[in-house]
Write a protein that binds this ligand. Structure first.
Ligand SMILES: [Zn+2]
Length: 422
């Protein structure tokens, strides 16, 4: 990695990151959960930083926070850059915030060097990207994409508060959500830590994201019979755990086969595995599994679901239990990143002397929702041991600066090449 003469100030960006990270639950670093007073404190700090950079601050009806720098051509549209400032419980200092503060640093650097773009540039902090207590993630970007269904506003957190009420409490206006939808966004850029080990493992500076994987989840239940573990002979058992174990193996085998099929990123995981009554001396009578499938190729995920549906039935029959439940909990399509923007990011990285590779994102991001309404792109920076969603999460200052600089270059080039949003 070469570091000389970057067009952004990496030290200033780093100082911002550390300052925002310090706004945390003291006993549980680094925690700034969406909809909490600390989240609002973080946003107040952000808004102050936006103003100090000369940006006009506003919030849309979806509760997204923006800092806007006008361009010279009001017809040119908006270049949107950003990510999210909320965290998971006991999360890290970089997930989301690195993207928001990178956007701020880019705009500050543009102003500092006296460059006036034709496009307006907006820094965005999307509302509540992480799964919240209300059972929904990517709330702000979902609203911007027009994909917030009315019934979702009625989701409630364990304390009973409606999601819609929580959104309004932090500045959204759920009666006018459609006003948050945008037709002026000509390009979107999001920097994010990789949350994986590909870049670090290969010693590569930057990842240019090809697509954000679709996520499918299926819940499977097996019902056998809880009997005495001491007195029930082996051949008379209806052991639900046996069917569950066989399904775990099936998921792993088939996922490995798909991953090797050269049809993009594919992973599948049995993240939930429960059995009842879960007692040492009782044959498990019931089992419940949730399979999580991430695929760059939507058809592959659909084939996998079909395989799982048939496979779980066959396993149940073979294990002398009933398959008592089959529910597809979610099934989202993958979001491709815009090829032209990817090209600009690669060109920017090349010009700055950074190595890069193309990779898919197995994790969900706001960019997946933005991709529904505007050309969207992401750049990944390496993070130590791929760790994320934990206090140990770490990205080197130089790594973040490199990503920010590549986006800066791409923004300049995009502004020079594009006159209007498509
Ligand atoms: Zn994130």
């Amino acid at each position: 990695m070469t570091r000389a003469n970057l067009p952004v100030d990496g030290a200033r960006l780093w100082a911002d990151l550390m300052e925002l990270a310090a706004i945390t639950e003291p006993g549980r670093p680094y925690t700034r959960r969406s909809f909490t007073p600390l989240f609002l404190e973080g946003r107040d700090w952000l808004a102050g930083r936006f103003r100090a950079a000369g940006l006009a601050v506003r919030m849309d009806t979806g509760g997204n926070l923006f800092g806007r720098l006008e361009g010279s051509d009001p017809e040119a549209g908006t270049i949107l850059i950003g990510s999210h400032s909320d965290t998971v419980p006991s999360g890290g200092r970089f997930d989301g915030t690195a993207g928001v503060l990178t956007a701020l640093e880019i705009v500050r650097s543009l102003r500092g060097s006296g460059i006036r773009l034709r496009h307006a540039v907006e820094v965005v902090d999307f509302l509540a990207e992480e799964p919240s207590e209300y059972g929904l993630s990517c709330i702000g970007s979902r609203v911007m994409a027009g994909l917030m269904k009315p019934e979702m506003l009625d989701y409630r957190e364990p304390g009973g508060e409606r999601l819609g009420d929580a959104m309004n409490r932090v500045g959204a206006d759920t009666a006018r959500l459609a006003e948050a939808m945008r037709s002026d966004v000509a390009a979107f850029f999001e920097l994010h830590i990789e949350q994986g080990i590909v870049l670090e493992g290969q010693g590569i500076d930057l990842g240019i994201v090809t697509a954000i994987a679709g996520i499918a989840r299926a819940e499977i239940r097996f019902a056998g019979r809880a009997d005495h573990a001491g007195s029930t002979p082996m051949h008379l058992r209806r052991d639900a755990s046996l069917a569950a174990a066989r399904l775990v193996l099936l998921v792993n085998e088939e996922a490995k086969r798909n991953a090797a099929a050269s049809r993009g990123h594919f992973v599948a995981t049995v993240g939930v595995l429960e059995q009842h009554p879960n007692a040492a001396n009782v044959i498990p009578g019931d089992a419940r599994l949730v399979v999580d499938i991430r695929a760059e190729d939507h058809a592959l995920a659909q084939d996998f679901l079909a395989m799982l549906e048939a496979g779980s039935r066959a396993i149940a029959e073979d294990s002398m239990v009933a398959r008592s439940g089959w529910t597809v909990l979610s099934n989202t399509t993958p979001a491709a990143c815009d090829a032209a923007l990817r090209g600009l990011l690669a060109e920017g990285a090349r010009r700055l002397g950074f190595s890069y590779l193309d990779l898919a994102s197995g994790a969900g991001h706001d960019a997946a929702f933005v991709a529904r309404f505007a050309p969207s792109s992401m750049i990944f920076v390496p993070c130590r041991e791929g760790r994320s969603h934990c206090p140990e999460e770490w990205a080197e200052p130089d790594a973040i600066a490199a990503g920010a600089a590549a986006i800066y270059e791409a923004v300049l080039r995009f502004d020079a090449e594009h006159r209007k949003p498509s």
